[in-house]
Design a protein around this ligand. Structure first.
Ligand code: HOZ
Length: 429
């Protein structure tokens, strides 16, 4: 494959944009190559500026559960744009989407729209702090909740990929209120809670971690968190920015049967447009301005274009519950094929999957937390990634990320992916 035009654009972009990209992971730094500049997405495919075609497993990092540019979302957007792009005033659509979310995710009694997952998580923590009158919160090593200062402490995703899980620019004061526990280790949480009695506002967790690669929480762990939060009057926040409407209609909380106090969403909720949301118990949500004193605002929040795309997507999911069975079948087919390819290549790498989110870890031991994930051979992963890219398979360009299957991936797409993996894994030392 040739990437001449992408190479040229990357040279040019580095003059004007830090690192040449508007978000770090997409720079391909972690896999020792340069980013591919994309031009168009359709169904399961992405097409780049050099005319190359890829089977895409990033799906804009999760939102494209139906593949790129599904007709019903495109139609909804085109219709909405006829009426204008932004009002900074309430619309009927905001009421409809809020109502639909509360129906699809029963723990969400009230919801506030924002513009990204980062805004959702930072607002949820602020709400929890305002509600409890406490400052500290617990997060887990390797979990990523966006880039607000106090989350960038032992964070996942790009922060972990680029070896800066704790970011410069975060003040000691900010860091002091972030308490770190080990994912899937309830004793580490109990210890911190005992040492900080009546000082912890919230525990925030990805119920299926997606930002140290895919690492599911055990049911016992999440149940343990629920019990501790109820006993200690701590607000339990599920960060479902990746898992919401992706692993089940009601998100990971439906899969596990556990009700958080607050949840955060992003990705699918905007149908591919920049949207996030946080919601949950009415008594907590009513602390948010203007019904309560905790300030939270945004001119573009509930933007009519974003709401139109998001509502079309959520309605489709709500009316077609069969899509999760379809996603499971496609994803299981891909998992089975990759596992066979690993077996043929005599590699015993860990493969974690929850529904249509998955990660192949280049480490021959079970990955159930951050410490295990970071043992992965990222050099070998880089070789695998570049080998797959050259065969037209577009994976997440970092070990500590998820790949996503959409309803648009055909059996033929998946078979091509398995065949490519089988060839590349045999060559990857
Ligand atoms: N936060 C995304 C990965 N979990 C990366 C988004 C991007 O770089 O575009």
């Amino acid at each position: 494959m040739r990437f001449n035009k992408s190479e040229e654009l990357f040279k040019e972009s580095q003059k004007y944009i830090p690192g040449g990209v508007n978000s770090p992971v997409r720079a391909f730094k972690a896999v020792g190559s340069n980013p591919v500049f994309m031009q168009r997405g359709e169904g399961s495919k992405l097409f780049d500026v050099d005319g190359n075609e890829f089977i895409d497993y990033i799906g804009s990092w999760g939102p494209h559960i139906f593949g790129h540019n599904p007709p019903f979302i495109k139609e909804a957007l085109l219709k909405a744009v006829e009426n204008g792009t932004s009002f900074g005033a309430p619309t009927e659509l905001e009421v409809q989407i809020a109502k639909l979310i509360t129906q699809m995710v029963p723990s969400v009694e009230m919801v506030r729209m924002v513009n990204s997952g980062t805004e959702a998580t930072m607002s949820a923590v602020r709400a929890a702090r305002g509600f409890t009158g406490r400052d500290k919160f617990i997060k887990f090593e390797g979990c990523y909740h966006g880039h607000a200062d106090y989350f960038l402490i032992k964070a996942g995703s790009g922060a972990l990929t680029f070896g800066m899980p704790t970011s410069p620019g975060v003040t000691k004061g900010n860091a002091a209120d972030t308490l770190l526990a080990d994912y899937n280790d309830i004793d580490s949480v109990k210890k911190i809670v005992a040492e900080n009695k009546n000082e912890i506002a919230a525990i925030i967790v990805e119920p299926v971690a997606g930002n140290m690669g895919v690492v599911p929480a055990s049911k016992e762990f999440l149940t343990g968190l629920r019990d501790i939060c109820s006993e200690e009057k701590i607000v339990l926040i599920f960060d479902e920015v990746m898992t919401g409407f992706r692993v089940a209609k009601g998100g990971a909380q439906e899969l596990y049967g556990i009700k958080p106090d607050l949840s955060t969403f992003g990705k699918i909720i905007g149908g591919g447009l920049p949207v996030g949301a946080f919601g949950g118990r009415k008594d907590i949500m009513e602390i948010i301005s203007p019904s309560g004193p905790v300030y939270q605002a945004g001119t573009l929040s509930g933007n009519p274009l974003a709401m139109a795309a998001g509502y079309a997507g959520l309605q489709y999911i709500n009316n077609n519950p069969g899509i999760y069975k379809l996603l499971e079948e496609k994803s299981a087919y891909l998992e089975g094929g990759i596992r066979s390819a690993l077996h043929e290549a005599k590699k015993n790498y860990a493969f974690n999957r929850v529904g249509s989110m998955m990660t192949l870890f280049f480490v021959e031991e079970e990955v159930n937390n951050y410490k295990a994930a970071v043992k992965s051979d990222t050099i070998a992963f880089g070789k695998y990634f570049n080998g797959m890219l050259n065969k037209g398979i577009y994976l997440a360009p970092a070990q500590f990320e998820a790949i996503f299957v959409s309803t648009a991936h055909s059996d033929d797409d998946i078979l091509k992916t398995i065949n490519a993996a089988s060839e590349i894994l045999k060559k990857t030392e």
